[in-house]
Design a protein around this ligand. Structure first.
Ligand code: DC
Length: 196
């Protein structure tokens, strides 16, 4: 059974939480594709070489969740050769047997346009910044500035910019709790998933 759930959206909109919950609920595998770009950014040196030589060990680093790693990821993600080096792995994962959830920025538009379910998870920048600030602390205004900077870069780049696929279902989590957001996503998947 091949079944892909593509979940795209801006930073801190709730994609990760929703993706993990959907994967657990339906027994699908989950790939957080942002982690690939974070690992490339964190490796330093030539990002194209880093992307081509990425290992499981690189993905297991414990410093990939920081704001700095997010910014570095967003910068290397604008380099077409970096994206190109990561395409095949993501496509294989998306169409592997047993069902897959991938979350990122270009899953429904570029990596897997044939995905059976496409979700675009978003929320206001202020709410996203507040949620990120609860996780990382520091100056909330600075966190908002970083969220806006990352949005602008991810949406404005020439190669695979962040946007909702035409056939994506939009879930705005601005006024939703975690459970409500997860239920909204699961309802869309349930309506389309017909296991044998
Ligand atoms: O989802 P995240 O915050 O971990 O992503 C970090 C950065 O990686 C994000 O700002 C842009 C980039 N990214 C991307 O360009 N394409 C993806 N599919 C996933 C992430």
């Amino acid at each position: 059974m091949i079944f892909t759930v593509a979940i795209d959206g801006p930073a801190a909109a709730g994609k990760g939480t929703i993706s993990r919950a959907v994967a657990a609920r339906f027994g699908f595998r989950h790939l957080d594709t942002g982690l690939l770009y974070r690992a490339v950014g964190a490796k330093g040196g030539d990002p194209v070489a880093a992307a081509r030589a990425l290992t499981a060990e690189d993905l297991a680093r414990d410093d990939l969740r920081t704001l700095e790693a997010g910014q570095a990821a967003s910068r290397v993600a604008a380099i077409p050769e970096v994206r190109e080096a990561l395409v095949a792995f993501q496509r294989r994962f998306a169409r592997s047997e047993g069902g897959a959830v991938l979350d990122g920025r270009d899953i429904g538009t570029v990596i897997c346009p044939e995905a059976e379910v496409k979700l675009y998870v978003t929320a206001s920048p202020e709410v996203r910044a507040h949620r990120r600030w609860l996780e990382v602390g520091g100056d909330e205004a600075q966190v908002l500035a970083e969220v806006l900077e990352r949005d602008a870069r991810d949406m404005g780049r020439a190669d695979a910019p962040l946007r909702a696929a035409d056939d994506a279902v939009v879930i705005d989590t601005t006024a939703l709790g975690i459970d409500e957001a997860v239920e909204a996503a699961c309802a869309v998947v349930r309506a389309r998933f017909r296991p044998e």
